[in-house]
Design a protein around this ligand. Structure first.
Ligand code: ASP
Ligand code: MG
Length: 401
């Protein structure tokens, strides 16, 4: 007998028929003699609809009240799924984040899980019940409801799997696994049988939206046996695991991220401490800086460019202007019509030719590169947003074929 955590996303529980589909999946697993904990997201577009509802009342509500509102989406799903399972004749109970004891830090809207109580969970499992848990929500030290950030239900599932030392954590979704690129957009995209935690982490943070990246971080940290599977088709999915013993494809995936913007500080002094002043200012406002490029100094001046999430562009510009003024920068430029395209693969770590091959693919496609950044297992380029899809396809064709 195994302990299995199954997570179903919003599209998998979007209507009554799909709720029953999930109920059958869950009860099939239960019938095999397993202890089953199920985590669900809000149905369909519920979370977006709730955000819209809030805006009709107040464009700038407090984050505490937003979490109070958004957490209701998942509460609807857990009760409906539990009712479907009751109807199929199986013992079941639903639990909210606070009933379970999903303790988070205090940051409303993007709370981090601190500890997961297993007492209540275990008690229900011992009674041979299927336990349905509300994803995406927790409780902080003030006994207030918090949410984990968009897509956070994956992280709820992995946290529970880690706390229970579950044998398997399955993330059911509307795609049947992790692909080498978005299969809806990229010709020839292939499903991967397996991918390493590090590769998945890079792909998740580079815009591949299969898994919430914090869920992968947590799975890696606690070595959770993770699997991405289709909620509609009963076919094998993709296993996410430790890299050892895995075949090392040069490039495992190609992803794009259009939610980025570039800021450039032009003609600032070429002296020590300048980069520190700029980036410590951004860090103090918790703005995530990604690719950084510094030009060669000329006449005692240099340029520094960097990218930030598009949603943080305005704040970044506001905090950087005074720094630019102080440094005597000629100007601060920014553009939003750019995208980051990344190729990820553990196999590239010891293969010097990968970057050249990627640039060749872009050159052949006539795509100009604005910035480049590399890490052990990832190469990212910045391109015009209108070229992003073609860039993904060209790179994918080159490496995956
Ligand atoms: N319902 C939340 C969202 O839409 C959490 C999730 O789906 O994982 O972001
Ligand atoms: Mg999701």
């Amino acid at each position: 007998m195994s302990t299995i955590v199954q997570k179903f996303g919003g599209s998998s529980v979007a209507n009554a028929e799909r709720v029953f589909n999930v109920a059958r999946r869950v009860t099939d697993t239960y019938k095999e003699g397993n202890s089953v904990v199920v985590v669900v997201s809000a149905q369909g577009d519920t979370t977006d609809d709730l955000i819209e509802k809030a805006k009709e009342i107040n464009e700038n509500p407090s984050k505490r009240e937003m979490d109070m509102l958004l957490s209701t989406g998942e509460q609807i799903s857990i009760s409906l799924l539990a009712m479907a399972i009751e109807k199929l004749g199986f013992p079941v109970t639903s639990l909210t984040g606070w009933q379970l004891g999903m303790h988070t830090d205090a940051s409303y809207g993007s709370a981090r899980i601190k500890t997961v109580d297993t007492e209540r969970l275990q008690k229900e499992l011992d009674k041979k019940k299927i336990v349905i848990v509300a994803g995406f929500q927790g409780i902080n030290k003030y006994d207030d409801i918090t949410t984990l950030g968009r897509g956070g239900s994956d992280t709820t599932a992995v946290a529970i799997a880690a706390a229970l030392k579950a044998d398997l954590c399955q993330i059911y979704t509307d795609v049947d696994g992790v692909y080498t690129a978005d299969p809806r957009k990229v010709e020839g995209a292939k499903k991967l049988d397996e991918i390493s935690f590090d590769e998945m982490l890079e792909l998740a943070s580079q815009g591949a939206q299969v898994l919430h990246n914090r869920s992968v971080e947590m799975a890696k940290k606690y070595n959770v046996n993770l699997e991405v599977v289709s909620s509609f088709d009963r076919v094998p999915g993709t296993k996410v695991k430790e890299a050892n013993k895995m075949e090392k494809m040069l490039v495992k995936g190609v992803a794009k991220d259009c939610d980025i913007a570039r800021i450039s500080l032009v003609a600032i002094p070429d002296t020590p401490g300048i980069a520190f002043q700029i980036f410590s200012t951004l860090a103090s406002k918790k703005i995530n800086v990604d690719i950084i490029l510094q030009s060669i100094g000329r006449d005692g001046k240099k340029d520094i460019s960097f990218t930030v999430p598009e949603s943080e562009l305005q704040t970044a510009l506001e905090v950087i202007q005074p720094v630019a003024d102080k440094l005597g920068a000629k100007e601060v430029l920014h553009r939003e019509d750019i995208a980051k395209v990344s190729a990820v693969g553990a196999g590239m770590a010891n293969n010097p030719g990968v970057a050249a091959k990627m640039f060749e693919a872009l050159a052949d496609a006539g795509i100009n590169i604005h910035m480049i950044s590399t890490s052990e297992i990832k190469i990212s380029v910045l391109v015009n947003i209108k070229n992003a899809d073609r860039a993904v396809q060209a790179i994918h064709d080159k490496f995956v074929g």
